[in-house]
Design a protein around this ligand. Structure first.
Ligand SMILES: *Cc1c(COP(=O)(O)O)cnc(C)c1O
Length: 461
């Protein structure tokens, strides 16, 4: 099981089927970008050469997973695929009860509505867009308790996903434990650059929350990647398998929301997993209103089967070593080219520091959004903004939130692209870096009310 390979991180698979992608002209891309309002989310994927918008739902399924698709039991109630999924979650993650949902945010919605009351405080290791919004829609307020190093792209702290326990204690003293239904903990923190939390920190958090009777809810979207980083970097974990570490992480928490479109390598799906039987009961009641019956929750039987298989594949040492290895390969290429990126390289993508890349563009002219546009224009590589556009507006003042991190995310889908694709990406980033002075800031011409980064439109200033 454990990896014995002494050499580089080559993929533990070979390619059986290919999907052609097309290289477009600069003129074509210029027109496409303008039509998309300088928002890479609004590009047609046909116009994209290498798609690093997200690692969500974009992974390549294995032959086993495709075979699982053929075993779909599409019974409305009690599909056998649900029981396979439930068993996989119990086996690999150790949670007791499972409610499937159409994707991660479906689980976040149900959990937030059940656990959060008006005026509650939800501390977390940095926010995630949909997670925070569902907490707010349920009447709660998210408070960031991640360590300060997480907000510093230059800091090389190995576990930037760690919680500052003092910040949590101060919050408990200020508001009282009764106002804090749970602490929201992500394994690998997406918005910090795919940074892991250490087992030591999670254990200490567990001890602290237990003394106050506060639960921990785990955003386990990329838990296997976090487990791999613990295996690589944390004292005492070198001889444990990623599967063992994954389960240990889960068992320090009371429940989880999962976007299965990431770690678990399916194109759609998610679930809520919970140990408390009463919360499970309520979740089963709610899922029928918003998602579907509690044995499918918005997923087809075949998708649940592919997910059950994907969960098992996701915690194999050789798989995760190649997955993270490819991300680090690209990261090292960019570092060699002198590109300012978030340090240390995370697990699912490379985050370019747009403030440093484009110091001539003020943050209210959306430097990361402008940089993502420039990259697309150069090579047809599609990236995503993670900065002031994603951070939205302050609930009370209506002003933009100005996050310290103004990033462009190059997210690597699992098992999809080759090393040669990574070379093209690195060359293109280096190319626009050499002419970065020509990149212009943007103004927003259309702003949606919720999660504005998905559909906002811009023009050059
Ligand atoms: C993607 C993601 C979610 C939301 O999941 P969806 O499946 O996109 O609804 C929640 N948390 C994190 C950390 C994510 O990356």
């Amino acid at each position: 099981m454990g990896t014995t390979i002494k050499h580089s991180w080559a993929e533990p698979f070979k390619i059986k089927m290919v999907e052609p992608v097309f290289i477009t002209t600069e003129e074509h891309r210029r027109k496409a970008l303008k039509e998309a309002g300088f928002n890479t989310f609004l590009l047609h994927s046909d116009d994209v050469y290498i798609d690093l918008l997200t690692d969500s739902g974009t992974s390549a399924m294995s032959d086993r997973q495709w075979a699982g698709i053929m075993l779909g039991d599409e019974a409305y109630a009690g599909s056998k695929n649900f029981y396979h999924l439930e068993e996989a979650i119990q086996t690999y993650y150790g949670y007791k009860h499972v409610v499937p949902t159409h994707q991660g945010r479906g689980a976040e919605h149900i959990l937030s509505q059940i656990m959060i009351k008006q005026g509650d405080i939800i501390p977390g290791n940095m926010y995630f867009t949909t997670t925070k919004l569902h907490q707010e829609l349920a009447g709660g307020t998210f408070v960031d308790i991640i360590i300060d190093e997480a907000h510093d792209p230059g800091s090389s702290h190995p576990f930037k996903g760690n919680v500052n326990l003092q910040k949590l204690e101060d919050l408990i003293k200020k508001h009282g434990a009764a106002k804090i239904p749970y602490v929201s903990i992500a394994t690998t923190v997406n918005m910090a650059g795919g940074q892991p939390i250490s087992m030591e920190n999670l254990k200490a958090l567990r001890a602290l929350t237990q003394t106050y009777g506060i639960k921990i809810i785990h955003d386990m979207t990329r838990v296997a990647e976090n487990a791999f980083m613990i295996q690589q970097k944390e004292e005492g974990y070198q001889h444990k398998t990623v599967a063992e570490i994954t389960k240990e992480l889960c068992q320090l928490t009371d429940g989880a929301t999962m976007s299965a479109k990431k770690d678990a390598m399916v194109n759609i799906g998610g679930f809520l997993a919970i140990n408390d039987p009463d919360i499970y009961d309520e979740a089963r009641n709610m899922v029928v209103i918003y998602e579907g019956l509690h044995t499918y929750g918005g997923m087809a039987g075949r998708d649940m089967e592919a997910l059950a298989i994907g969960i098992k594949e996701s915690v194999q040492d050789d798989h995760i070593r190649a997955r993270v290895g490819q991300v680090h390969y690209l990261g090292n290429k960019l570092l060699e080219a002198g590109i300012p990126i978030v340090n240390p390289v995370g697990t699912h993508g490379i985050f370019i520091d747009a403030k440093q890349f484009l110091p001539h563009i003020p943050q209210d002219q959306f430097p990361a959004q402008a940089l993502a546009g420039a990259l697309y224009l150069d090579s047809g590589v599609r990236a995503m903004e993670r900065g002031v556009v994603s951070a939205g507006r302050n609930k009370t003042t209506g002003q933009h939130n100005y996050p310290k991190l103004e990033l462009v995310r190059l997210t690597i889908p699992r098992r999809v692209y080759t090393q040669a694709h990574m070379d093209v990406v690195a060359e293109s980033v280096a190319c626009i870096y050499s002419k970065r002075n020509q990149i212009k800031g943007l103004t927003m011409t259309y702003e949606p009310k919720y999660l504005r980064f998905f559909q906002a439109r811009f023009k050059e200033v």
